[in-house]
Design a protein around this ligand. Structure first.
Ligand code: 13P
Length: 257
């Protein structure tokens, strides 16, 4: 049975005080809860990774980075290496987010380099893929998703379903309030799962979590999780509020898929 992942991507939001307040608000209710196969993840900005780990150490929340450098070390001012993340004890990092692809010109090749660097340092990538509205309107969704998967995972070996998660995030649904319908998302999730089956194996494809991202919130997450190939959410805006984040975890706990 696959995990149900409730992953919050905080992007460039929250300062120290906000982060402390969020942790305080969720720690006590999560410390006492049996989360079964629900896996909560939070990805704060770099300066707060260690703090979150410390503040949430008695909960099952896993802390993730939002990105990592494609370089191993050196004179790269402003960059953070995968090895640095490993030294903090992190297990996960987002890679290939559409905001980085669009605003920092990250190609599939660069995303692949970052992903390999993460894997070499025992960090599990949460690989984001997704089409723009223009691409969807031109009926290119499948082509774009397959290009991204083939490019970012070109010759990348996976030995276990624990090695990676994929997040389908249609660019037109991010921060717009316009969520993909469960059916629209499911269609792409099943394309991704089929690709994993053909590229790797049925056994791996059956176990790799595929998350949906794009305007997920407490009001729509149950419908998305009800879809057979949607194994959780990568959530921006709604993950910034402690009560909404907890609510989405509770909804995931009730999902009987
Ligand atoms: P929103 O949930 O704010 O649309 O953001 C989605 C996202 O980009 C998560 O990585």
């Amino acid at each position: 049975m696959r995990k149900i992942v409730i992953a919050g991507n905080w992007k460039m939001y929250k300062d120290l005080e906000d982060v402390r307040a969020f942790c305080k608000a969720i720690a006590s209710s999560l410390e006492t809860k049996d989360l079964g196969r629900v896996l909560p993840i939070l990805a704060p900005a770099y300066p707060f990774l260690a703090l979150l780990q410390r503040e949430l150490s008695d909960t099952s929340v896993k802390v993730a980075a939002q990105d990592a450098s494609a370089h191993s070390e050196g004179a790269f001012t402003g960059e953070v290496s995968a090895a640095m993340l490993t030294s903090l004890g992190l297990e996960y990092a987002i890679v290939g987010h559409s905001e980085r692809r669009a605003m920092h010109n990250e190609s599939n090749e660069i995303v692949r380099e970052k992903l390999m660097m993460l894997m070499d340092n025992s960090i599990k990538p949460i690989l984001c893929v997704g089409e723009t509205l223009e691409q969807r309107d031109a009926d290119d969704t499948q082509k774009v998703i397959l290009e991204q998967l083939n490019g970012c995972l070109n010759n990348v070996s996976l030995y276990s379903a624990e090695d990676i998660m994929i997040a389908y995030e249609p660019v037109w649904a991010i921060g717009t309030g316009r969520t993909a319908t469960g059916e629209q998302a499911q269609e792409v999730h099943s394309i991704i799962r089929n690709w994993l089956t053909h590229t790797y194996s049925q056994a791996l494809a059956d176990e790799i979590p595929i998350l949906y991202g794009g305007s997920v919130k407490p009001d729509n997450i149950a419908g998305l999780l009800a879809m057979p190939d949607i194994d959780g959410g990568l959530i921006g805006g709604a993950s910034l509020k402690a009560d909404q984040y907890l609510e989405m975890i509770n909804i995931a706990l009730e999902s009987r898929k």
